[in-house]
Every structure is written in structure tokens, then in C-alpha cells.
Design a protein around this ligand. Structure first.
Ligand SMILES: [Zn+2]
Length: 67
């Protein structure tokens, strides 16, 4: 399952493991502030599952993220 990174204004960044079909979080589970989901450059992190890796476009960002 993918891990999503959210940012809460109070708690800072936190990660949530969610199903692809799950709704994104609107509020922080800890303090109920509104959170933003970060679309970070770390796609490699989000989809780092054994045997499954998106490498359609070589030498795109995935190279840095992968190491
Ligand atoms: Zn919070």
C-alpha cells in the first residue's frame, strides 16, 4: 500500500499508509487541524514496493529517488 505524506500546521509532517481507494485525509488525526497532502518529489518512496516500480520513463526523477 502506498504511504502518503501529509503536513499538519501543528504536528508537522506525518505519513499515513492508505489504500489507493481511500479518501485523502482532510484533517489531522492527532489535533484535527486541516492537513495538506504533500506531493513530494519522492515518488520512489511512495511506491517503493518490492517488485513493483514505475520505470516507464527512464532517467526521469526516479533515478535520484531510487538510490
Ligand atoms: Zn496535527
Amino acid at each position: 500500500m502506498p504511504t502518503y505524506v501529509y503536513k499538519c500546521p501543528k504536528c508537522g509532517k506525518f505519513e499515513v499508509v492508505q489504500n489507493m481507494n481511500d479518501k485523502r485525509l482532510e484533517t489531522c488525526p492527532t489535533c484535527n487541524e486541516k492537513v495538506k497532502r504533500l506531493i513530494s518529489g519522492g515518488l520512489g518512496v511512495i511506491y517503493k514496493t518490492d517488485g513493483f516500480y514505475i520505470t516507464d520513463s527512464k532517467n526521469d526523477k526516479s533515478d535520484h529517488a531510487a538510490s
